[in-house]
Design a protein. Structure first.
Length: 295
């Protein structure tokens, strides 16, 4: 058993990325049932009780381990931690800002902490604070990005060399080839987000999934949101934003995300996705995705 599977309590060292409002309990449970480690998301959650209900719904669908992502920029992050502890969730990933304020709280609650970091400096800092593992997330990945992105190919081995705790690779991984490449770089597991959007169990709108399937390797772009960037599919809205033809950036509220991601309104908001979208050409079941990776 690898250090990552021991940490997660899962059969395979595969983590499903926390993709906002489309991390539905059915998807999370399907990942865990197939031997991976499913994650609920909190980035756009506005009520701790909503998260509690999500945890309870996932428990109704699987008795396998699953966890949650804590998005630091959400002002309710600490409240979410309390809910997860009360509901018996034992592993979380932390992203979207410095984990400094959350790691001591999580450790006191006996929750294992996996910190998502796009830099070696961040990974070393997280280890010093007591993180149990690192997700080294390359700039190919979808969603929130900084302005000093490093490719997965470079980031993963440099983080592996810099820390003693397990490293999980993220960004540009969507099949067995990416998984094997991550292991060759020194990672002990992988985290995937975009690949799991294009699955039967994900509640993302068919337009979102089809846009991924129709995308090529240049089908995503970075949109400057001020404090951070978002890697998203090159919809008409994204093209206008990148070219400066759209003066108003879409908000990042749960309602906006539901309108875009679940209802399929491409003008409502961005559709986050990684560059790996160029490799995704079908929308099978979660189990089929994981079986292909671990074959």
């Amino acid at each position: 058993m690898s250090r990552v599977t021991a940490l997660l309590g899962s059969r395979f060292p595969i983590i499903q990325g926390a993709m906002g409002v489309i991390c539905n309990p059915e998807l999370v449970a399907a990942v865990s049932e197939a031997g991976g480690f499913g994650l609920l998301a909190t980035a756009f959650t506005e009520d701790p009780e909503f998260l509690r209900n999500q945890v309870k719904a996932t428990k109704q669908l699987t008795n396998k381990p699953f966890g949650s992502n804590i998005f630091v920029m959400n002002p309710l992050a600490q409240k979410f931690v309390e809910v997860l502890a009360e509901e018996g969730v034992r592993v979380v990933t932390v992203s979207g800002g410095s984990p400094k304020g959350l790691i001591p709280i999580l450790r006191d609650l006996d929750i294992k902490v996996i910190v998502v970091s796009p830099t070696v400096e961040g990974a070393k800092g997280a280890e010093a604070l007591g993180a149990d593992a690192i997700v080294a997330e390359g700039a190919e990945s979808g969603g929130v990005q900084g302005f000093k992105g490093v490719s997965t190919m470079v980031l993963v081995p440099t983080v592996v060399d810099a820390v003693k705790i397990p490293v999980i690779a993220a960004g540009g991984i969507g099949d067995s080839r990416g998984y094997k490449a991550a292991l060759a770089l020194g990672a002990e597991g992988v985290q995937m987000g975009t690949r799991f959007i294009a699955t039967k169990e994900c509640i993302a709108h068919s337009i979102y999934k089809t846009t991924i399937l129709d995308s090529d390797e240049t089908g995503t772009g970075l949109v400057n949101m001020g404090r951070f960037q978002i890697r998203a599919l090159r919809t008409s809205l994204v093209e206008r934003l990148i070219k400066g033809e759209e003066s108003t950036r879409p908000g990042f509220t749960r309602q906006v995300m539901e309108d875009a991601w679940i209802k399929g309104n491409l003008e409502a908001g961005l559709l986050p996705a990684g560059q790996v979208a160029g490799l995704v050409s079908d929308a099978p079941s979660v189990r089929e995705v994981i079986n292909e990776i671990m074959r």
